[in-house]
Design a protein around this ligand. Structure first.
Ligand SMILES: C[S@@+](CC[C@H](N)C(=O)[O-])C[C@H]1O[C@@H](n2cnc3c(N)ncnc32)[C@H](O)[C@@H]1O
Length: 172
């Protein structure tokens, strides 16, 4: 594995988000396409996960991964879901980590959210986060430029795993 530089997260905070539990917020504005976190992952092989992990709290936090399910160690486990995410993520299978990057400029006080995909296992309380959003600038199609939209698309395409990776569905 190649050495991977980790990041100083002093401008990010964990805050209470009411019904969503905890979430990640920024105390500074962040430009589009900024890498905000690199989370090493802990892999649970498919058989171990289906026997044990799937029946525990882990199932609220794990990502589909090649050969099983992965727990992101660090901020990666703390991002809440949004159907209009302002953060995208990219799995680095070879290095057992996930990189998280902003999909558009993010304003001071905004929550940083990723998309969990279409099969949620909880009622989506996304709208309740507006009380924490001083700028009112949640990600919408109107907030991103065409080029940033293309970046979002490339992240989305990676969220949907395929082939042998797709052996576990969070919606079941
Ligand atoms: C990966 S955890 C995110 C961190 C979590 N909020 C915490 O406090 O540990 C995923 C869980 O957060 C909650 N969650 C995330 N996004 C949500 C949303 N849009 N609406 C409601 N609950 C959400 C759900 O309970 C989900 O199972």
């Amino acid at each position: 594995m190649e050495p991977v530089q980790l990041f100083n997260q002093s401008n990010l905070q964990i805050q209470d988000c009411g019904a969503k539990g905890r979430g990640i917020f920024t105390t500074v504005s962040i430009p589009a396409r900024t890498v905000i976190d690199i989370s090493p992952i802990l892999l649970f092989p498919s058989e171990e996960y289906s026997t044990h992990g799937q029946h525990t709290q882990l199932d609220h936090y794990t990502y589909r991964w090649k050969g099983g399910m992965a727990l992101a160690l660090g901020l990666g486990s703390m991002f809440n879901h949004s159907s209009t995410p302002n953060v995208g993520f990219q799995r680095d299978i070879d290095n057992s980590l996930i990189r998280y990057s902003t999909l558009r400029e993010i304003q001071v006080g905004e929550e940083l959210c990723i998309s969990y995909g279409p099969n949620l296992w909880f009622p989506d309380m996304e709208d309740s986060q507006d009380q924490n959003n001083s700028s009112g600038g949640r990600a919408t199609n109107g907030d991103v430029s065409d080029s940033e939209d293309e970046t979002a698309e490339s992240f989305f395409s990676r969220i949907q795993l395929s082939d042998d990776d797709d052996d576990y569905d969070h919606s079941n």
